[in-house]
Design a protein around this ligand. Structure first.
Ligand code: ADP
Length: 484
């Protein structure tokens, strides 16, 4: 297939003003997970390319981009958002082919990317410091300043949304960015960088170097001239990134996934809850950091809810991304093997229901049928470990304390929800559940441009999305002026 995102050669990097081949001219094949065929080659950037990209970012930070006013930065972001919408069909198709995401879900990501640009365009000139009352004869104020060069290492599951929330916020503050997309899916990152150029981002304000994690990613996270790192991905790589950040004493934002629960009490509106309970598990074939993979249900209505969820599961189909069924393939055969490994370890659980793989789905695609398990043991591996595939467990609980103990009983803490009509219980649960985002009588897997997002425990630390992200992508300077 001849893939040229917005007309550019996908085996190139954007470093400074120009699209260039990586210095070693090495390439990596990009595979279409819907059928296993090659899509195109992408650049295999390495430490030398990262050096060049960081130098270009530094020059932009000390040059045109660093001098741009907040209003000017906001206008560029607004133009990028506009261009994203003008190219939405092409972007959605690229993401669907690359990630294996059903087209409608890919289109939702395009719209979210545009929203991030709109949000951060509007926010750019609203970040400001404060004046602080101090000693007689002083005026003290704070300045919110960009870090400088920010490194962004992103995963393959939601490239556009994660670029939007991380690069969008960093640019709004005035940082110059180096983006290392995932080797499994990087086409929309390339397209985004090209739209940035067309929108008027000065050379070097955004650089993109695709490549292997252990090469380009490791080089970016260890680079001594990078002032801030943001990473979304696995816990294992998150530890490496934090270790690299420690070597250079730079701040790091980590978003590392979760095992997010939805707690359903016996007074809940089941009809309202059902679509959220299931969709939050199977959206993007379960490859969502904030997927809800644990459904906790009060014992008295456990059988009823399990039956209702099972009925929905039986109607789910997985097929090629452009066929736009409920699920696409997983991103790769490797991811499929990982998920099948988990499924094998769940063979002692009761399989309540599963969906199916469409009969005409290509044999070379990375398809996994969605599975719903009843699980009485909250410590079971499938109830504790992040599967990153379309697998949900339904766990019974006795009462509120029991529910909170189970919900908080993993090492993750990204998102949690509570379904109940009892307002006082909603307030208690919102405080007691250990997670960075709590939803009451709803659930937002992956959404919420305006809503601060991030985790605790193994889910990571720092907050992205919303206005809050601007604090993370900026640093505070205090100025104390003595004037007598
Ligand atoms: P997954 O296991 O879901 O593929 P990873 O955490 O491995 O998630 O990948 C997320 C991002 O981290 C990707 O861009 C990947 O290339 C990058 N990455 C992987 N290994 C490293 C590493 N050692 N150092 C820096 N980045 C890495």
């Amino acid at each position: 297939m001849d893939i040229r995102p917005l007309g550019i050669d996908p085996s190139q990097c954007l470093i400074g003003a120009n699209w260039t081949a990586p210095h070693g001219a090495r390439k990596l094949p990009l595979i279409n997970p819907s059928d296993g065929t090659p899509l195109c080659d992408i650049a295999a950037g390495d430490a030398q390319d990262i050096d060049a990209a960081v130098a270009a970012a530094r020059a932009a930070f000390e040059g045109a981009w660093g001098r741009a006013t907040a209003v000017e930065r906001g206008r560029v972001l607004a133009r990028i958002g506009q261009l994203v919408l003008e190219h939405k069909e092409e972007l959605a198709r690229l993401e669907a082919l690359d990630v294996g995401k059903p087209y409608t879900q890919a289109m939702a990501d395009v719209v979210a990317l545009a929203r991030y640009m709109e949000f951060y365009a509007g926010a750019a000139d609203k970040l400001h410091g404060e004046t602080i009352p101090y000693l007689d004869g002083y005026t003290v104020y704070t300045l919110r300043e960009p870090h400088g060069v920010t490194g962004h290492i992103i995963p393959w599951n939601y490239p556009m949304q994660i670029i939007g929330r991380s690069v969008g916020a960093a640019l709004a503050v005035g940082n110059a960015c180096v983006l290392k997309p995932a080797e499994e899916a990087c086409l929309t990152a390339l397209a985004f960088a090209e739209l940035g150029r067309r929108a008027g981002l000065p050379a070097g304000a955004l650089n993109v170097v695709p490549g292997l994690g252990a090469e380009a990613g490791a080089a970016l996270s260890a680079h001594e001239d990078v002032d801030h790192l943001s990473f979304t991905g696995s816990v294992g790589v998150g530890k490496l990134i934090q270790t690299s950040a420690a070597q250079n004493i730079v701040p790091v934002t980590l978003e590392l996934g979760g095992k997010s629960p939805q707690v359903v009490f016996d007074d809940a509106d089941f009809d309202a809850a059902l679509p959220f309970l299931v969709n939050a598990g199977i959206q993007n074939a379960g490859q969502t950091c904030s997927a809800s993979s644990r459904i906790l249900v009060q014992e008295s209505r456990f059988d009823e809810l399990l039956a209702a969820m099972s009925a929905r599961y039986k109607a789910l189909n997985a097929g090629p991304a452009l066929d736009d069924l409920e699920l696409g393939p997983l991103v790769s055969q490797r991811q499929k093997q990982i998920v099948e490994g988990f499924i094998a370890k769940g063979s002692d659980l009761e399989l309540a229901a599963s969906g199916q793989i469409a009969a005409d789905a290509p044999a070379g695609g990375a398809y996994v049928a969605p599975r719903l398990y009843a699980c009485a043991d909250p410590d079971h591996m499938l109830a504790q470990d992040e599967v990153f595939g379309p697998v949900q467990v339904v766990i019974p609980f006795r009462d509120e304390d029991h529910a909170v103990a189970i919900a908080n009983g993993t090492r993750y803490g990204l998102v949690a929800s509570c379904w109940t009509r009892d307002g006082a219980r909603q307030m208690r649960l919102a405080r007691k559940l250990r997670a960075g985002q709590i939803f009451l009588n709803n659930y937002g897997a992956g959404g919420g441009v305006e809503l601060p997002f991030g985790g605790t425990g193994l889910s990571g630390h720092g907050r992205e999305k919303g206005f809050e992200a601007l604090y993370g992508f900026s640093t505070l300077k205090t100025v104390a002026a003595y004037h007598g």
